[in-house]
Write a protein that binds this ligand. Structure first.
Ligand code: PLP
Length: 424
């Protein structure tokens, strides 16, 4: 099936007389006739549900749709994008290990990796998203277990050279994990370029209406854990905490990663998405293909308007021909990138504040990828714990404004920007 069809119908096919819409299974637990029946589930011998912290049918329908959209073999939902990235990394990294990550990533993920996971004994080397193959190679150590980047980085809007990152990761026997939140599978399918694991903050375009925080992890099924068994004992040797199951042997490359992530991390850390939120997420997914097209059109029009405005110093949007990431966007995002545009006003920080105060349609919000246009100055909000030097390195200078262009009429949006710019 094509992406447009999967958005609408993927993941759930009702049988005769069953509900047309995905049922919300609002139940923490599931009933069995015998202890033996339930025992088979605990031994991973039979498929089924016993407790929603591990799995719930509503979540599984929606995860299956996301797996189909990405062209993966298995997927799971998490309570947030933060949980998705943490689980994806922690599923294969432990104390004493090392991660190579693009420096151009979401502020929350930057903190997760550089502060919280460091405290857990997991080290990181940040690399520039524009690093050469040689520079990327030099970042690897014998204990490196994962490489990480974002297809379109939030908020720097750099575009990841997925094929190059995947090539380097694989040369070191390590999977590439790509956060595909901003591009969505409508814009880019990282597995087609060699990525091994994809993560999402479904809070953004997938939900698309600012209704529910959530995340997802998708496995391509392509990474051969057994071929690198010495690096990934958690996937290739018996799990003492789960009846000695060897995930790679039992579930193969297609299922090992997500099964381990569910049975260990979800079991112990419990960051499950509520079935109610999974249902809302699915409503968003049903129109994702239609909305992304409009987000990209509106984003392009706003970027072009700002680009030509005398009060605007610079615009970051890979759809602009003079953007440094335009060539990468043409390769990885041929159908358009997203609705998020960032720019700096010639008047600096002060002008940014005046501009934002005067906007009428675009609201100031710590959010992006919503049907309603919103904007933010990352240095004074999401990235405020970073030093000026880190801000610059992450591509988020202090005067930067990020605008997430929604689905309103483009003439109204541009009129709003124009009147606010006049007052700067
Ligand atoms: C928002 C975001 C996250 C974090 O997701 P939450 O759902 O807010 O926890 C991770 N990565 C990217 C690219 C994001 O935009």
């Amino acid at each position: 099936m094509k992406t447009n069809t999967i958005c609408v119908q993927g993941g759930y096919t009702p049988g005769n007389g069953e509900p047309r819409q995905i049922p919300i299974v609002q139940s923490t637990t599931f009933k069995y006739d015998t202890s033996e029946d339930m025992g088979k589930l605990f031994d991973l011998e039979a498929e089924g549900y016993f407790y929603t912290r591990l799995q719930n049918p509503t979540n599984d329908y929606v995860a299956a749709k996301i797996a189909e959209l990405e062209g993966g073999t298995a997927a799971m939902l998490t309570s947030s994008g933060q949980a998705a990235n943490f689980f994806a990394l922690f599923n294969i990294c432990e104390c004493g290990d090392h991660i190579v990550s693009s420096s151009s990533i979401y502020g929350g993920t930057f903190n997760l990796i550089s502060v919280t996971m460091k405290r857990m004994g997991i080290d990181v080397t940040f690399v520039s998203p524009t690093a050469t193959e040689e520079e990327l190679n030099a970042a690897f150590r014998p204990n490196t277990k994962a490489m990480f980047g974002e297809t379109i980085a939030n908020p720097a809007l750099t575009v990841l050279d997925i094929e190059l990152f995947a090539k380097v990761a694989h040369a070191h026997g390590v999977p590439l994990i790509v956060d595909n939140t901003f591009a969505t599978p409508v814009g880019c399918r990282p597995f087609e370029w060699g990525a091994d694991i994809v993560t999402h903050s479904t809070t953004k375009y997938m939900d698309g209406h600012g209704a529910g925080v959530g995340g997802a992890i998708v496995d391509s099924g392509n990474f051969d854990w057994m071929a690198h068994a010495d690096k990934y004992p958690g996937l290739t040797t018996p799990d003492e905490s789960y009846h000695g199951v060897n995930y790679s042997e039992r579930f193969g490359n297609a299922g090992a990663f997500i099964t381990k992530c569910t049975t260990q991390l979800m079991r112990d850390l419990g960051s499950i998405q509520s079935p109610q939120n999974a249902f809302l997420l699915n409503l968003g997914l049903e129109s994702l293909h239609v909305r992304m097209k409009r987000h990209c059109e509106n984003g392009q029009a706003v970027a072009e308007f700002l680009h030509d405005h005398p009060k605007v110093a610079y615009v970051n949007y890979c759809g602009l021909p003079d953007d440094p990431y335009h060539a990468l966007a043409e390769k990885y995002l041929p159908n358009g990138s997203c609705g998020v545009v960032s720019f700096g006003l010639a008047g600096g920080r002060a002008a940014a504040s005046t501009f934002m105060k005067n906007l009428k349609l675009a609201a100031i919000e710590t959010h992006v990828a919503d049907a309603r246009t919103c904007c933010l100055n990352p240095a004074s909000s999401t990235h405020r714990q970073m030093t000026d030097e880190q801000l610059k390195e992450a591509g988020v200078p202090a005067e930067l404004i990020r605008i997430s262009v929604g689905l309103e009429d483009i003439e109204d949006l541009i009129a709003d920007l124009a009147q606010a710019l006049e007052k700067c």
